[in-house]
Design a protein around this ligand. Sequence first.
Ligand code: FAD
Length: 378
Amino acid sequence: MMIMEAGIGTLVVGAGSAGLATAAALVKAGQPVSLLEKADQIGASWAGRYDSLHLHTVRWLSGLPGLRIPRSYGRWVARDDLVHYLRDYAELYGLRPELGVTVERIERAENSGWLVVTDRSVRACSRVVLATGGSHTPRLPDWPGLETFPGEVVHSADYREPSAYAGRDVLVVGAGNSATEIALDLLSVGATVTLSVRTPPNILRREILGLPTQLLGLALIKAPPGVINPLIAATRRVSVPDLSAQGLPRIRNPYTQFEETGTVPIIDTGIVAAVRRGRVRLAAAAVSFDGPRVCLSDGSTVEPDAVIAATGFTNGLVPLVGHLGVLDSRGWPLANGANELPSARGLYLLAIQPRIAGQLFEIGLQSRAVGQAIAAAA
Ligand SMILES: Cc1cc2nc3c(=O)[nH]c(=O)nc-3n(C[C@H](O)[C@H](O)[C@H](O)COP(=O)(O)OP(=O)(O)OC[C@H]3O[C@@H](n4cnc5c(N)ncnc54)[C@H](O)[C@@H]3O)c2cc1C
């Protein structure tokens, strides 16, 4: 029997960057807000990522509204420093999330408002902000024959550091930033690394002539695809050598690919040189397993000792709100940030999809807008 807890005000789900920034915006606007977090600490999704992780977005465009990330954290903020920053942010605004509470489902309340079903109780509230993150549930492809593979297969979400792979032959599946950074990690301990790529990604330098490439995304934030595509393609052409021969051809319409697939560009932190020098070999997409062999889409096979699947995440929204008609057929929100759907007034879905100007930057914009929208409606 669930306990029903009465409530007014806004319930924010998730104490990551987006949840904290929205709760802070509501506190600043004098609005009642509660914050629920399934983990036992603030910033849990960052704390659980691999040791070598640094932001690809520059420090001064990655902070949340009202608190700069300290300069002492450097230009490209390390994982643990970001977690510290998020804790300091919560402290600054007096945010005390209820930790260890998992939200399982959101329902419409009978008259107005929402019911938030958690693993402990049902909470009534006027408004709900879902800030549960776009990189929510690790996605592992349903590879035929996977169970016949004698080596270990881990998702990048479970990878921390490379020491266990020293001297071994590792197939990294995927071509996002996690895949390329894990590949570099593995090289550092003398592993033999093959990168299995299905869709060749766009590749950009982290900075050009001392300026973060993120600034280009910021400048183009409102530009149409017809302008963005050639500019980004040209940026790659002039700054990244041609890797077609190695299996990473240039993309004609990189922004359209990003919009359609949600695949963020690889931000080069060493992978370009490693591929050029043949230290990381490219292979076709992994399609199935046959005992020790991994079968690739071009008909060839490889026999690695271990596989790391950097194959991305789903946003995990279907069980929470899939029954409310607020998601499209791929599970993406039909409306983001302060844009409520007329059929779901008071339900806000925050910063779920990757954005060209950087997701943390976008979270700053969206959290402010949601705070203002809720304050105006209250
Ligand atoms: C490897 C990697 C590197 C990245 N690098 C960058 C970068 O350099 N720059 C950038 O801008 N973005 C980057 N991102 C994107 C990054 O995820 C976001 O910028 C940011 O963390 C998103 O914040 P968020 O609050 O939306 O989600 P999260 O940080 O994931 O926070 C969501 C929170 O919700 C909680 N939660 C989830 N489900 C529930 C539930 N059902 N009930 C209760 N609580 C729940 C989670 O425990 C978590 O604490 C990166 C992502 C990954 C995976």
